[in-house]
Design a protein around this ligand. Structure first.
Ligand code: FRU
Length: 322
């Protein structure tokens, strides 16, 4: 074997071993997610809070795809595996490695506020995606308006139930801003109606938690009209619990995310009655990063739109939330 072929083989083996063993590597496991070639002009550090939900895998894929057309940037991905302390450490590592820009989708607002502010103070621009941090020590926030989505869900539910009924609310992690906002918007919308929240629990965005919370709700309550879950994995977990006790047909299920490969399929199959699009913002984050790296101004806050998907409108691509 000539020395070039040997070096190539060693390289391949090293990459395969790294992708196989490194917990920081995204579940799609591409070498781009390990950290690119190192030959680009700029390195962007992307701190993802976890990769267990399809939505976050999609966010990383959207970032990867958007970055692909720009050889001047390399994106290095880190996965904090749903651990805020680990995510803090990842941001600090990006700062000490001297990356040119950080993108972060933080698990929780409070614990990630300080490391983000420290990165900005060290002269590294930070784009915060989807879940916010506290205060204004970041360069740009990109995400949909979760209060508005929660309010739209509340309005849809009011209509679907004729203004009256017994509802279970399965909340996203309440130390994260989307959980707080999807709750507040929903409660605003149903205030003054005859909708009664008969059970509520923090399922922390996770399908298995939603399933076991729903099992408790079903044991305690013999009548439930609808489940409002703050994300589609939560709504699906609740549906599975209802199905295993033979009660799924008497309950409506509403979620948020509306990925084509997840929530939209659930709606198409009649598992969910409605879901609201929560865009990942991956493409927009790369657009903003390129501008910042080129020395251009970007808005402090970029608000992304949402859409409602139901069985009636799914074939025509849902409808815009006003
Ligand atoms: C994935 C997820 C999504 C949700 C978003 C909120 O981790 O739970 O399902 O819409 O995070 O930040």
């Amino acid at each position: 074997m000539n020395s070039f072929r040997f070096a190539f083989l060693v390289g391949v083996v090293t990459v395969v071993a790294y992708v196989g063993c490194n917990p920081d590597v995204g579940s799609s496991g591409t070498t781009g997610e390990v950290g690119g070639t190192g030959s680009a002009e700029y390195t962007i550090g992307m701190s993802q809070c976890n990769l267990n939900e399809p939505w976050r895998v999609q966010m990383n894929a959207d970032i990867n795809n958007a970055a692909k057309g720009h050889p001047e940037i390399d994106v290095v991905f880190k996965n904090a595996q749903n651990d805020s302390l680990k995510q803090r450490a990842h941001v600090e590592e990006f700062v000490s490695d001297g990356v040119d820009l950080i993108i972060i989708s933080p698990k929780e607002a409070q614990p990630l506020t300080e490391p983000v502010a420290n990165a900005v103070a060290a002269g590294i621009p930070v784009i915060v995606l989807d879940r916010a941090v506290l205060g204004d020590q970041y360069t740009c926030f990109i995400g949909a308006d979760n209060k508005k989505i929660g309010r739209a869900a509340g309005e849809w539910i009011k209509k679907a139930l004729g203004g009256k009924g017994k509802v279970v609310e399965l909340k996203g992690l309440m130390t994260s801003t989307p959980g707080q906002d999807r709750h507040a918007g929903f409660r605003d919308a149903i205030a003054g109606s005859d909708i009664e929240i008969v059970f509520e629990a923090d399922m922390k965005w996770l399908e298995p938690n939603a399933r076991s919370e729903m099992e408790s709700a079903l044991t305690r309550l013999d009548h439930i009209d609808l489940v409002y879950a703050h994300n589609d994995p939560g709504a699906h977990g609740a549906y599975l619990a209802a199905r295993s006790s033979g009660r799924e047909k008497e309950i409506k299920f509403v979620g948020i995310d509306a990925l084509p490969q997840e929530g939209q399929i659930y709606v198409g199959r009649g598992i969910l009655d409605a879901t609201f699009l929560y865009p990942t913002g991956g493409q927009e984050a790369i657009d903003a990063a390129l501008k910042i790296l080129a020395g251009e101004e970007v808005p402090k806050n970029v608000t992304l739109g949402s859409r409602l998907f139901t069985k009636q409108n799914i074939k025509s691509g849902g409808e815009v939330i006003e």
